[in-house]
Design a binder for this molecule. Sequence first.
Ligand SMILES: [Ca+2]
Length: 110
Amino acid sequence: MTKTMTKTGMCAALSLMLMGCVALDQRIYEDNFAYSDSNHDGRLNQDEWAIYMQDRSVKTAKAVGYSDKALFDHKLFIKVDADHDGTVSKKEYDQFILQGNTNEYYKNMP
Ligand SMILES: [Ca+2]
């Protein structure tokens, strides 16, 4: 660190780095949704959800008591589809990304 680097300057630099990380994370989430949305209708149906969940949350499924990953994926789809229209909208996906980062979220699935 240089002597001329002020606390304010350091905070500004760190803030920019954090904003960069958040922006990168956001882009990855957006890309994952777009990749899984194979018919490009802006929503994930159960087949597209299965594509999205492939290789994802394997440890979480085990941690919350599911030995059958496909069953876990199916129940999670039902939970994430908050308005029960049979698809996961971008809004529902965003909610899942915000809330689904703890094992607690995956307990008491339908
Ligand atoms: Ca829905």
